[in-house]
Ligand binder design. Structure first.
Ligand code: NDP
Length: 249
């Protein structure tokens, strides 16, 4: 392939929203997508996309591993020399229940995966983002991490981690001005992936409330429209959901 028009790096690409983003992008003719998975040898859908399109490179990324990030950055440097769009998508939402009884180690686990993971990703890819003329870093946050929206999701460790992620990414945006970096966070919608379906089930069980989910396709269509048109002015430093609505912190 001649030099790709856009080089993407997506973590947690083996299922859910990450897989939806990767497969939609891989259908574009002139892109290169580095698709992160914890166990590439088991990532059947990604390996099939890599084989079919030649535009997907499956990369081993556990968000908690320094070695994985170092090796991934070397691979991107060797194959593309830059990265244009980084999507910190991998995340966990585990353990549901009231704040009064949530085990404390759940907080540290969520912080390590959902906050330190994206930070590790940013730090390891920063030189390759700087090699792009239009660098973008997207953090997959959540309305559950908003301090002002009152959403009954019964998962404080997850909410706290997403609030911290939002803070971190806004600071990246401020600091990244000299590199023309557009850093922003999104809420992908309540998506009927493994995570979103479980969230809807938990809310129903605890509160008796039905919360509708959207499909991965709906979420990805909206997100890619925003990603494709992202500038420092449009979404930079903001919290914007998949359909373009700006959300309160
Ligand atoms: P899923 O639970 O369906 O998928 C999570 C993905 O993250 C999987 O690919 C999983 O990999 C990966 N992952 C988890 N832990 C790690 C880790 N330590 N290292 C590397 N990869 C890891 O989630 P969704 O697709 O629904 O969510 C994607 C993102 O969107 C998440 O950050 C989530 O918090 C956010 N979000 C989702 C919402 C929803 O309604 N679904 C709503 C708001 C935000 P593996 O297959 O190996 O487990």
């Amino acid at each position: 392939m001649s030099s790709p028009s856009t080089v993407y790096f997506i973590t947690g690409a083996g299922r859910g929203i990450g897989l939806g983003l990767t497969s939609t992008l891989a259908a574009r003719p002139d892109v290169l997508v580095f698709a992160g998975a914890r166990a590439p040898e088991k990532a059947d859908a990604l390996n099939a996309l890599a084989k079919e399109t030649g535009r997907v490179v499956v990369v081993k990324i556990d968000t908690t591993s320094d070695e994985d990030h170092k090796a991934a950055a070397e691979l991107v440097k060797e194959k593309a020399g830059r990265v244009d769009v980084v999507i910190a998508n991998a995340g966990i939402a585990e353990g549901w229940g009231p704040i009064a009884t949530a085990p404390l180690d759940l907080y540290t686990r969520h912080f390590e995966t959902n906050v330190v993971g994206p930070l590790r990703l940013y730090q390891s890819l920063a030189p390759l983002l700087q090699a792009s003329t239009k660098p973008q870093f997207l953090g997959m946050s959540s309305t559950i991490g908003s301090n002002t929206l009152r959403i009954p999701m019964l998962t404080a460790p997850y909410g706290v981690s997403k609030a911290a992620l939002s803070h971190l990414v806004v600071k990246m945006h401020v600091e990244g001005e000299k590199d023309n970096l557009t850093a922003w966070v999104t809420h992908p919608g309540l998506v009927g992936s493994d995570m979103g379906a479980e969230a809807a089930r938990q809310v129903k069980e605890a509160l008796g409330v039905d919360v509708p989910t959207i499909t991965v396709e709906e979420s990805v269509t909206g997100l890619l429209k925003l990603i494709d048109n992202a500038t420092r002015e449009s979404v930079g430093g903001k919290f914007v959901q998949y359909d373009g609505a700006e959300l309160p912190w």
